[in-house]
Design a protein around this ligand. Structure first.
Ligand code: ADP
Ligand code: TMP
Ligand code: ASP
Length: 244
């Protein structure tokens, strides 16, 4: 069967396609080879990127499950797809920062790389037309996007994921500089981690050389994008194999 057929396509995003499945409570995510930056103003791709990101997302979700953090991941399918629980997505990007980098460094006129005194969580409204604007917690409440208790729950769970991922990356010789995740609710109204975790949505630096192993290689035309993603997978896979 050709699973790439578009007949059950519900949505095509910048990096993934979302398909309906025979089960009403499950979706199929197809990870594309496309790479975009700056709200898709910059576009690229490399062969095998979808497969690498699917494998990495799957590795992270199984690692989190082993640490009692539930995600939408149900199973992998083929090389580039994943069956997930269908979620009602919360239209927020939860960004954790462990180090000064990216838009935080830019807006404060700071160099990248300074370790922050403690990890912070920021929220961005997921809306391409508005270019995903930053939202304060109070702006989220006053706009009625989520209730205070849910915002707090997302922060606590996001920081818990941060601490697990930092440790995993550290064992692979990487610093997890910052990352973005997305949350949603399943049919039982449980708050569940959705979307993906991959070098598209994280900043990952080598602990010794501070070399970048993430989408900044593409954003900043540093070259070696494919090699960097492959190296992240190679090192993390080896750590996971030694854990089991
Ligand atoms: P974008 O929409 O930002 O371009 P993608 O190309 O990654 O991003 O598209 C995947 C879309 O699927 C995203 O909008 C994401 O919020 C959504 N999504 C991820 N996981 C789930 C899920 N389990 N249930 C429903 N929607 C999901
Ligand atoms: P930023 O420094 O550009 O705000 O990005 C913080 C983190 O969030 C970084 O790891 C990249 C990730 N991110 C996304 O996954 N999607 C986005 O649209 C943006 C802007 C950042
Ligand atoms: N996620 C956004 C895009 O794909 C922005 C970024 O990651 O730089 O265009």
């Amino acid at each position: 069967m050709n699973y790439d057929q578009n007949q059950d396509l519900l949505y095509e995003g910048k990096a993934k396609k979302v398909f309906a499945t025979k089960k009403a409570d499950q979706l199929r995510l197809f990870f594309k080879d496309d790479l975009t930056a700056f709200n898709a103003q910059k576009k690229g791709s490399f062969q095998g990127k979808g497969a690498l990101n699917r494998d990495l997302a799957s590795l992270f979700f199984s690692f989190l499950a082993a640490n009692k953090v539930k995600s939408h991941h149900v199973s992998d399918m083929g090389l580039t797809e994943m069956i997930v629980q269908k979620l009602q997505m919360i239209p927020l990007e939860a960004v954790v920062r462990n180090f000064m980098a990216g838009s935080f460094a830019k807006k404060m006129g700071r160099d990248e790389g300074e370790k922050l005194a403690f990890p912070i969580v920021e929220f961005y409204f997921k809306d391409d037309a508005l270019n995903d604007p930053f939202l304060s917690d109070e702006q989220i409440l006053v706009l009625g996007i989520e209730k205070a208790a849910v915002v707090e729950q997302i922060k606590v769970k996001t920081l818990q994921i941060n601490s697990l991922l930092r440790d995993l990356f550290s064992q692979a010789g990487f610093d997890l500089i910052d990352f973005k995740i997305e949350w949603g609710r399943n049919a039982k109204a449980e708050l569940i981690l959705g979307d993906e975790i991959s070098p598209d949505s994280c900043r990952i630096w080598d602990q010794k050389t501070h070399e970048k192993f993430d989408k900044d290689r593409f954003r900043r035309d540093l070259g070696g994008v494919e090699e960097a993603y492959a190296e992240v997978y190679r090192r993390l896979k080896s750590v996971r194999e030694n854990q089991s």
